[in-house]
Design a protein around this ligand. Structure first.
Ligand SMILES: Cc1cc2nc3c(=O)[nH]c(=O)nc-3n(C[C@H](O)[C@H](O)[C@H](O)COP(=O)(O)OP(=O)(O)OC[C@H]3O[C@@H](n4cnc5c(N)ncnc54)[C@H](O)[C@@H]3O)c2cc1C
Ligand SMILES: *[C@@H]1O[C@H](CO)[C@@H](O)[C@H](O)[C@H]1NC(C)=O
Ligand SMILES: *[C@@H]1O[C@H](CO)[C@@H](O)[C@H](O)[C@H]1NC(C)=O
Ligand SMILES: *[C@@H]1O[C@H](CO)[C@@H](O)[C@H](O)[C@H]1NC(C)=O
Length: 446
């Protein structure tokens, strides 16, 4: 069979020799590794997908978030494996090494550069989607979370057992916990409780030799590295043991919109020094995006999908949304903001008091009234984005802010700029306490 394929390739590809060699090599790799997998773990035949299998493309695309990597020319895996047991991962590692094939590990699939499902050398995709159990212990305030789970699945599982516990997870619920924790991970509770990686008690990881290690057996150096250093560099994260944190039953959420004509620049200028110094119970983020004048109601998500635009337009302005949450009552928040941040002119009408889990829905892409089950939707945000971040230690001048708005108005299909305030608990850790170094002195992230 292999010989026939090679012969055919040689006949048809005459003159396309480099392509031919590549094609026949990957054919060989594909057969060899498939045989290795199934002979070492027969049960793998039920969870291994070859490109010819009808489920291969749907499985590949299901957790493929960034549509920049959904093109036909994007390199595809030789095989996709969706293990249901940890022992199956041992075989995948063993066979990948034996046949000198790389492995890509995928959790939620949100990687900004597609690193969990693309490689330019032959690779097998280890998709953790079937390993996502969550075990919440409300008495100890901990949870064991398998690495294929998303933040939404975790928030949902906690909410089924407690109204006053949560995790320092992301705002977007479809983000995967392996990648999120493994890169640090900031969310709405960052100023109160720090990063996700600051709230990890233990981890189970499978190393390159297929050994399963916990915090004790891996040692503090490796445990340090996997909390912010990019976990795929070190092994396969199997599960995290996380610390749950206390939240009030009722919290306050708000969104206040100001256009450039409504002095948005002045308010953002002030925000830079106010937001990082608010009490830790308050967090205020900013989303700025272009919009048609007279209609400041479009959400950034709509703008992301919007029609093309060229050059600054006189009918267009920038709207700045001040979005946030407060672990307390609206009255307290409003008087706090009137005192510390009068330029924002927050009114009680700008605020809603909701249950904690409703604030989680609102911080993601849902409305607080939607059923909690929407948190279980994994594949919700399929957009072709390019994302860049910077950490700001000195306030940007008003001229600098104008420059940002000009870019938003000028660049074709510009989407948005998000400012996330830091400070609070984030400042309590040194730069080297985990690999994520943006600690004391960082005002916010752009
Ligand atoms: C819409 C959107 C919103 C976001 N919001 C936030 C936010 O609010 N806060 C924030 O901090 N970040 C945010 N991010 C960034 C996100 O946290 C990171 O991209 C994160 O790495 C995604 O994890 P994932 O499991 O979904 O991604 P994946 O693409 O599956 O994985 C990301 C990386 O982790 C590796 N990896 C995955 N699973 C494992 C495993 N089991 N063992 C070892 N390595 C593994 C992958 O190989 C890859 O290198 C957001 C991203 C998107 C697209
Ligand atoms: C596709 O792969 C799955 C998992 O290995 C297998 O169960 C299924 O039978 C395959 N389908 C076909 C048509 O080969
Ligand atoms: C904008 O600022 C100017 C000068 O401080 C002030 O007079 C004006 O009322 C402000 N406009 C709005 C909409 O707040
Ligand atoms: C802007 O979006 C339109 C519509 O999706 C697309 O045709 C065009 O190529 C985009 N331009 C750029 C520079 O990405």
């Amino acid at each position: 069979m292999k010989t026939v394929t090679c012969l055919l390739l040689h006949v048809f590809c005459f003159g396309l020799l480099p392509f031919c060699i590549l094609a026949s090599q990957s054919q060989t790799h594909h057969q060899d590794i498939l045989q290795c997998l199934v002979s070492n773990s027969p049960s793998l035949s039920e969870v291994t997908y070859s490109p010819t299998n009808a489920s291969y493309t749907p499985i590949l695309e299901y957790s493929l978030v960034n549509q920049r990597f959904a093109k036909p020319e994007t390199p595809k895996p030789l095989l996709i494996v969706t293990p249901k047991e940890e022992s199956q991962i041992q075989t995948v590692i063993h066979c990948s090494k034996k046949h000198d094939i790389q492995m890509r590990i995928r959790g939620g699939g949100n990687d900004y550069e597609g690193l969990s499902y693309v490689s330019h050398v032959p690779f097998v995709l280890l998709d953790m989607i079937n390993l996502r159990s969550i075990d919440v212990d409300t008495v100890a305030a901990t949870a064991m979370v398998q690495s294929g789970a998303t933040a939404g699945e975790l928030y949902y599982a906690i909410s089924q057992k407690s109204k006053t516990l949560s995790f320092t997870g992301p705002t977007f619920s479809s983000v995967g916990l392996a990648g999120f924790v493994g890169h640090g991970g900031y969310g709405a509770l960052r100023r109160k409780y720090g990063l996700a990686a600051d709230n990890i008690i233990d981890a189970r990881i499978m190393d390159v030799n297929g050994r399963i290690l916990d915090r004790k057996s891996m040692g503090e150096d490796l445990f340090w590295a996997i909390r912010g250093g990019g976990p795929a560099s070190f092994g396969v994260i199997l599960s995290w043991k996380i610390k749950l944190v206390s939240v009030p039953e009722t919290v306050t959420i708000f969104t206040i919109k100001r256009t450039l004509e409504q002095n948005a620049t002045d308010i953002v200028y002030k925000w830079q020094t106010v937001a990082p110094n608010l009490p830790n119970d308050a967090e205020v983020r900013i989303k700025a995006y272009p919009t048609k004048k007279g209609s400041n109601t479009r959400s950034p998500e709509t703008v992301l999908m919007s029609e093309s635009s060229t050059g600054p337009r006189s009918d267009t302005t920038v709207v700045v949304e001040f979005v946030g949450s407060y672990l307390g009552k609206a009255d307290t928040l409003v008087s706090l903001m009137q005192e510390r941040f009068p330029e924002l002119n927050m009114k009680k009408e700008d605020c809603s008091e909701v249950s904690y889990i409703q604030s989680v829905l609102a911080n993601s892409i849902y409305s607080p009234d939607q059923p909690l089950e929407v948190l279980l939707q994994r594949s919700t945000f399929k957009i072709p984005t390019k994302v860049k971040s910077a950490h700001v230690r000195e306030p940007i001048s008003k001229e600098g802010l104008h420059g940002i708005w000009e870019m938003l108005l000028k660049i074709e299909n510009a989407t948005n700029v998000v400012f996330t305030s830091f400070g609070g608990k984030l400042d309590d850790y040194s730069e080297s306490s985990i690999p994520y170094p943006h600690r004391p002195g960082v005002l916010y992230m752009v």
